[in-house]
Design a protein around this ligand. Structure first.
Ligand code: ZN
Length: 310
């Protein structure tokens, strides 16, 4: 299995005390490196090209975003109450390499038949077509989905999002597109406020809302019924995962009570569907997850379940 990452992703700084910090990625990389049985081939994420980014985001929107990058200090890109999506002087390459990881992952998946995990930050699933939001600037998973469709003529892509927050960006981007199924489990109500179960797109959006306090057993039942069943029915040619680990019981930003081992079960269920319909093809993208120890443990569970060869 391949893991894409880059040291530029460590340089993005969101301010002292901000939960989306470089230690998250360091914790994940250290955990992977200390688990040799995962047999990971680490690769450097390339810089994403505008021709690929613009499959999702208009070029002028991205250029305007980058024009706000400060030469020192921090620059917020959102209005109150979401003033915590920040640009720092080193943001540009972190953002471009996070997106580039997914594009390179798509090439590896299609050409080498290898599963890939993108260990990158900033995350992407809150980024809408023309709006940076929730620590996200470019929607990394959406660009990868469009790239797979355009370059490899993949007709049906499923995006499964088990981050504890709803991926408002991914939903917005594909809301009227029956070629992409977006299925998300998330605490509700919680930031960003979208993701009610009656938001159904053109029959391609599946939202499973979770009450605060939901534990692993109940989560898995809901996940099977409201996420995996519709994905199974869709028969995707590829499955992309928005892998956030903030539904962990120790996460400081949410109130769902998964334990690290639950991420093994959840991932294994996704792998089973991919093996039936998608030739085993999966790319997973790091989204949220803000407790360092929970990240370290959960990533090991996630990758252990993803590991079996396609
Ligand atoms: Zn999240």
């Amino acid at each position: 299995m391949i893991v894409y990452s880059h040291e530029d992703c460590l340089k993005k700084f969101n301010g002292h005390g901000h939960p989306e910090r470089k230690e998250r990625l360091e914790s994940i990389i250290n955990s992977i490196k200390s688990t040799p049985e995962l047999n990971i081939n680490f690769k450097d994420s390339p810089i994403a090209e505008m021709s690929n980014i613009s499959l999702v985001h208009p070029q002028n929107h991205i250029e305007e975003l980058f024009s706000n990058i400060p030469s020192e200090g921090l620059q917020g890109v959102e209005k109150e109450p979401y003033a915590d999506t920040m640009l720092c002087p080193d943001s540009k390459n972190a953002i471009l390499r996070s997106c580039g990881a997914g594009i390179a992952a798509a090439d590896d998946l299609m050409n080498k038949n290898e599963r890939v995990f993108c260990a990158v930050r900033p995350p992407g699933h809150h980024a809408e077509t023309i709006r940076a939001n929730g620590f996200c600037f470019i929607n990394n998973i959406a660009v990868a989905a469009r790239y797979l469709q355009q370059k490899y003529k993949i007709n049906k892509v499923a995006i499964i999002d088990f981050d504890v927050h709803h991926g408002n960006g991914t939903q917005e981007i594909f809301y009227k597109d029956p070629s992409v199924v977006y299925a998300s489990s998330h605490e509700f109500p919680l930031f960003p406020g979208t993701g009610a179960e009656d938001e159904k797109g053109v029959g391609n959006i599946f939202n499973a809302t979770l009450k605060a306090g939901t534990k692993g057993k109940e989560f898995i039942k809901i996940f099977e019924n409201k996420i995996l069943k519709p994905v199974d029915k869709f028969k995707p040619e590829i499955i992309l995962i928005s892998a956030g680990f903030d539904a962990h019981i120790n996460d400081p930003l949410a109130n769902i009570n998964l334990e690290s081992k639950d991420f093994f079960e959840i991932t294994k269920m996704i792998v089973e569907i991919a093996n039936i319909h998608s030739k085993g093809r999966i790319i997973s993208f790091l989204e949220g997850g803000y407790d360092l120890n929970a990240l370290s443990e959960s990533i090991r569970e996630h990758l252990t379940a993803l590991k079996p060869h396609i």
